[in-house]
Design a protein around this ligand. Structure first.
Ligand SMILES: Cc1cc2nc3c(=O)[nH]c(=O)nc-3n(C[C@H](O)[C@H](O)[C@H](O)COP(=O)(O)OP(=O)(O)OC[C@H]3O[C@@H](n4cnc5c(N)ncnc54)[C@H](O)[C@@H]3O)c2cc1C
Length: 581
């Protein structure tokens, strides 16, 4: 059942307690509750994914209104970022059933085989390798025809997709004026921007058609794909609008505390409640929530915990450290076009007509991802001085250093769209950053936001990588297919013509593309560092596992939701195996 108050809980004991009904948490809840004997409780801080105002998280085109600063968002802000000229930036995270999968931009990109093979190497567990994980990726996915039903031959490779899973994915379902120009650029500049039939094959490099977590014209989230089904089972309870405040020790095995008690509350000063997991607790609270709960429970760096008067249960200094994220900057040009998405946003009559079409048939531009129909993944040249000087931070030769997203209109998280005019944008992201940031507790209250420092553009390598990526985007629009289309750069970037000019532009306008990971990293069983072992069990603790984006040891060279679904599917099998009678 879906519960809104702890008073509605029928039991203080479940087999499993899942903390966070986010991307990973809903997969875990669904898979574990397939066994009708197993009782599962999920505790989620956020609201329902339906009801008041929820069209912005259901209608794909409205995703830009889902965050930041909404009832679906934790509404975090970073600490001042040195690499961004001291700016603090919005740091959205989903606070709703489905977590960030309910508010994200729906890009479905799996990353490269090298990303997963590196995960296997770092954890010493071949089960995380691309070869072993691909069956889980296929199990999750149900690829559907696009909203406009067009022939998708030549736009993806069906051989690398799943067609019977839970998570709906699809190709763009509404054409845009720039589609042909993008594909033509892959022909005229095919050395630098080759076409890639399917970036989800394990080898993502090149430009291809974007796949999104959309199906039948609506967002497919972990809530719609996995939790709704689980909620139909009598052995599942989901308690929303309730925040886990800490984990409680329920015993010990040798020197290792057993942490199978979960404390929660609905407000800062409200009463505290407690449930016990008979088998284990699964922390799926995401890259911010998971380290926050661990530290509130006394698992973290002893010195930092002592400073906040939190008694240390287990000294694990890597909790909250190592954060990686993708910095990006938007480049815009004035376009010789009168039908970009800008026109739709500027004309209430057209906007209302598109909404009407969507309401009637779930088709049209509202059924489409507004963040483009194509994206591309690229590496620095092998002889790049940057790689010579700093080494290669990627997992291997199939992993990109940077990404471009091609947008049919003005797009930015840090600049306001002009009230008139038509634009073309390329979002340029550094997807192999070397900077590491952190999440630290600000106070010992679960109801205070932690201190979030993604350290965006925090290294010379990351700054120079973004410069190279921006220069590549400028070569892209200088290609012949854009000759009659690009009029001139938008005013903000007119000085982004030299390395220094681009660095200044990035310091002023770059921000996070919302991909934080690595705040509870995996490591080998025998490693003293790291937070979880290869089975995702928290080190030196019993009864506690982490399953979410925070375990990734390096940020994937992709938008990370597919990688989170992948690890959650395998983790569900690991949990089932561990508790097999
Ligand atoms: C605005 C935005 C756009 C993005 N765009 C894309 C994209 O287009 N493609 C892509 O692949 N990735 C994208 N991402 C990233 C991707 O969505 C995340 O990496 C992924 O969903 C993280 O999954 P998770 O399970 O680790 O955490 P989440 O899905 O964030 O789940 C964590 C859950 O735990 C809950 N929680 C946290 N603390 C507590 C607590 N104390 N008590 C109870 N519950 C708690 C949260 O409310 C949340 O529901 C985007 C993210 C955002 C925010």
């Amino acid at each position: 059942s879906l519960l809104t108050s702890p008073a509605q809980l029928k039991s203080a004991e479940y087999d499993f307690v899942v903390v966070g009904a986010g991307t990973a948490g809903c997969v875990i809840a669904n898979r574990l509750s397939e066994d009708p004997q197993v009782r599962v409780l999920v505790i989620e801080a956020g609201r329902s994914n339906t009801g008041d105002g929820a069209d912005v998280i259901q209608i794909p085109f409205l995703v830009g209104d889902a965050t930041p600063s909404t009832s679906f968002d934790w509404n975090y802000t970073t600490v001042p970022q040195q690499g961004l000229a001291g700016r603090s930036v919005a740091f959205p995270r989903g606070r709703v059933l489905g977590g960030s999968s309910s508010v994200n931009f729906m890009y479905y990109t799996r990353g490269s085989s090298d990303d997963f093979d590196r995960l296997a190497r770092v954890s010493g567990d071949d089960g995380w390798s691309w070869k072993k994980i691909l069956p889980y990726i296929l199990k999750t996915e149900k690829h559907l025809p696009p909203a406009d039903g067009h022939n998708t031959t030549g736009q993806f490779n069906p051989a690398v997709h799943g067609f019977n899973g839970h998570l709906l994915t699809t190709l763009p379902g509404f054409p845009s004026d720039i589609d042909d120009r993008v594909t033509k650029t892959t022909e005229v500049l095919k050395d630098e921007f080759p076409f890639n039939l399917d970036m989800n094959s394990g080898t993502p490099l090149g430009v291809g058609w974007l796949q999104s977590t959309i199906g039948n014209g609506a967002r497919s989230s972990s809530a719609t794909a996995f939790l709704t089904e689980a909620l139909g089972r009598p052995n599942v309870d989901v308690l929303i609008e309730t925040q886990v405040t800490r984990l409680i020790q329920t015993g010990h095995t040798g020197s290792a505390p057993i942490l199978q008690g979960v404390e929660f509350a609905q407000s800062r000063s409200g009463p505290r409640f407690k449930v016990t997991a008979q088998k284990e607790v699964i922390l799926s609270a995401g890259s911010i929530g998971t380290p926050q709960i661990l530290m509130l429970s006394g698992i973290g760096d002893q010195k930092e915990l002592e400073a906040l008067k939190i008694p240390t249960s287990v000294h694990l200094p890597d909790v909250g450290k190592n954060m990686q994220d993708h910095p990006f900057v938007a480049m815009q040009w004035i376009a010789n076009d009168n039908q970009t998405q800008d026109t739709l946003n500027q004309r209430p009559d057209l906007f209302a007509a598109a909404q009407k079409e969507y309401d009637a048939t779930h088709t049209g531009i509202f059924a489409n991802n507004p963040a483009g129909n194509h994206i591309g993944w690229f590496r620095l040249p092998d002889d790049s001085p940057l790689l010579k000087q700093f080494g290669d931070p990627t997992g291997g030769p199939h992993s990109p250093h940077f990404e471009m997203m091609y947008e049919n209109g003005f797009f930015s998280f840090t600049q306001t769209a002009p009230p008139t005019g038509n634009f073309f944008s390329i979002l340029v992201a550094a997807v192999a950053p070397t900077a590491r940031g952190s999440v630290k507790l600000a106070t010992s209250s679960a109801f205070d936001h932690p201190l979030i420092d993604p350290n965006l553009l925090g290294t010379e390598f990351d700054q120079s990588l973004l410069v190279e990526a921006v220069k590549s985007s400028q070569r892209f629009v200088a290609a012949s297919p854009w000759k009659d289309y690009i009029i001139k750069p938008f005013v903000d970037s007119v000085n982004a013509t030299t390395d220094e000019g681009i660095k200044e532009y990035a310091a002023k306008f770059a921000t996070t593309i919302r991909h934080p990971v690595s705040t509870s990293i995996i490591s080998k069983e025998s490693d003293k560092t790291g937070v979880v072992g290869p089975q995702l069990l928290v080190k030196n603790v019993k009864g506690l596992r982490v399953v979410d984006a925070s375990i990734w040891p390096f940020v994937v060279g992709a938008h990370p939701q597919a990688a989170v679904y992948a690890i959650a599917e395998r983790a569900a099998d690991l949990i089932k195996a561990a508790h097999k009678k």
